[in-house]
Design a protein around this ligand. Structure first.
Ligand code: ZN
Length: 346
């Protein structure tokens, strides 16, 4: 694997590769975008690229950094498995989902030390917007005087929540989300079941509850697969001899990572539904010829016609936005979903 296989044709990746090629890698990057997993992959790729053994041994004096990585050398493999001591990840801690000043201090202290065997020591902060005020201020000091041979990569899906002073000191790269085509492929199958239930008999409350069932089982399946993959990533390969406190920390990190990823997936699922509601409104507003996100789920394809007027169809979109906001505060998920779904007017 290389950059090109990972996230093809993203302007941000090209830009990164150009800076690598011209040896203009900064000390601090801010990667923003809507998909956290893509940001993590990009950060991992950059950590590999600046440390790849093969790239380093191939290089000529005029070409200090390769613009890619091999993914096979010892360094690439350890980074890929989260087992490289010089490449550290910070994530919001469980429960409060906050990055604390202690976490930032730990990072600052180790940044001051020389790397053990990496060329460049890398710190990757996932959900950097979750730094609390104290943590952000402590971090700012490091950003102002970054130690040599270090690279800090901040990741955020909510860039506007970061302090301006932090944003302005990082090289900022935006990773745009995936294409409409990718969204369709990912969501059309479950969405079809879901909207058929919703639209089939709108006088029937049971239809709404059946639809809710489709959504909640989709969410539960997503959570289970996230838990499985995070377990593999955080705990597999952890020797049985590691200290209990270390294992505990990994488990806490894992829980926070599961929660963060689940929230991302849930947002993504509900956004797909929101696109469908937008399709309905657009068709009512501008006629069915207008470009829609899910043509295969258009009313005529479902042999159905919404009764709700344009105003009501527009209100549905706002209702979904409200649901997304509500879910970000710590309300009970099942209740929020039920309350909002029952208010949808079709
Ligand atoms: Zn390599």
């Amino acid at each position: 694997m290389a950059f090109a296989d990972l996230i093809p044709q993203l302007p941000a990746i090209e830009l990164l590769q150009r800076s690598l090629h011209h040896q203009r890698i900064g000390h601090a990057y801010l990667f923003s975008g809507s998909i956290r997993a893509s940001l993590e992959l990009a950060a991992m790729a950059l950590a590999k690229a600046v440390n790849c053994r093969k790239a380093l041994s191939d290089r000529t004096p005029s070409d200090a950094l390769s613009s890619d990585f091999c993914d096979h050398c010892d360094s690439c493999i350890r980074i890929g498995n989260h087992l490289h001591g010089d490449i550290q990840w910070i994530r919001p801690e469980s429960k409060s989902r906050v990055i604390t000043i202690d976490q930032v201090r730990r990072m600052v202290n180790t940044l001051a030390l020389k790397p053990n065997d990496a060329e460049v020591k890398v710190w990757i902060m996932v959900d950097a917007d979750r730094m609390n005020a104290q943590a952000a201020n402590a971090f700012l000091k490091t950003l102002e005087e970054p130690p040599g041979s270090t690279l800090m990569i901040l990741l955020t899906t909510q860039k506007d929540r970061l302090l301006d002073t932090i944003r302005s000191r990082c090289l900022s790269l935006h990773f745009s989300g995936d294409s409409m085509e990718a969204m369709r492929t990912r969501h059309a199958p479950w969405l079809e079941d879901f909207v058929r239930m919703l639209s089939a008999e709108h006088s029937d409350m049971m239809g709404r509850y059946r639809a809710l069932g489709v959504l909640t089982s989709k969410l539960a399946a997503s959570r289970a697969s996230i838990e499985e993959s995070m377990k593999e990533r955080f705990l597999d390969g952890l020797s049985s001899e590691v200290e209990a406190s270390f294992r505990k920390r990994r488990e806490d990190e894992m829980k926070a990572a599961v929660e963060a990823e689940y929230r991302r997936v849930r947002t993504d699922l509900l956004s797909a539904f929101q696109w469908w509601l937008r399709d309905l409104w657009l068709s009512a507003e501008k006629g069915s010829a207008h470009q829609v996100a899910f043509p295969s789920l258009a009313p005529e394809q479902l042999r159905w016609k919404p009764r709700a007027d344009r105003q009501a169809l527009l209100a549905n979109i706002e209702l979904l936005e409200d649901l997304q906001r509500t879910l970000l505060s710590n309300v009970q998920e099942a209740l929020a979903l039920e309350v909002h779904l029952l208010k949808i007017q079709l």
